[in-house]
Design a protein around this ligand. Structure first.
Ligand SMILES: *[C@@H]1O[C@H](CO)[C@@H](O)[C@H](O)[C@H]1NC(C)=O
Length: 170
């Protein structure tokens, strides 16, 4: 099971959000992109008061494919700094089965994609590529990612889904 890849991709997506953020009271139920169709693979589950307002998230290819590079391109506006001690809560499920539930250190993960910590308020851009191994087991995966500041304030909430192999699409 190459869960680490799912995890890493989720974190990359999360950081795309986190590194892209200004929260306006405008809950986004889907990602609007200036240049392409909104992706069905990623939805924003942020609350209106969350610190990051996500402007767009594009992934390529969409949907993601095993054995191929996945490029994530995201932009957002952050209303407050994301501080040392911030966390990334990750929940990966296949169907109703929990594969992975983990709390990660935001700054540790940010460093892996060359993002500074604390992440300062303002416009945030992320472009990141991860290679998805061929060995990911067939299945329908859902990923929930929540980023929170140390005081518990939520930065962003993102859901991602991907189906690999023989199981039909959602
Ligand atoms: C993914 O990108 C890396 C770096 O550009 C490249 O070396 C690798 O061959 C690519 N993999 C695939 C499957 O295209």
């Amino acid at each position: 099971m190459h869960l680490s890849t799912v995890l890493y991709t989720s974190v990359a997506v999360a950081l795309g959000l986190a590194s892209s953020s200004h929260a306006l009271p405008n809950p986004l139920s889907s990602i609007l992109s200036p240049s392409s169709q909104p992706t069905e693979s990623i939805t924003v589950c942020s609350a209106p008061e969350d610190l990051l307002q996500i402007k767009y998230i594009n992934i390529n290819p969409d949907p993601p494919a095993r054995g191929q590079n996945l490029t994530i391109d995201a932009m957002g506006v952050l209303s407050k700094d994301v501080l040392h001690g911030a966390t990334i809560e990750l929940l990966v499920k296949t169907g109703v089965i929990k594969l992975l539930q983990k709390k990660l250190d935001f700054c540790d993960e940010a460093a892996k994609i060359d993002k500074n910590c604390p992440l300062l308020a303002g416009d945030q851009f992320l472009q990141h590529t991860v290679e998805l191994p061929k060995e990911i087991p067939p299945g329908r995966y859902t990923v929930n990612v929540k980023v929170k500041n140390p005081d518990g304030e939520q930065v962003a909430c993102i859901n991602a889904k991907a189906t690999f192999g023989i199981i039909p699409k959602f």
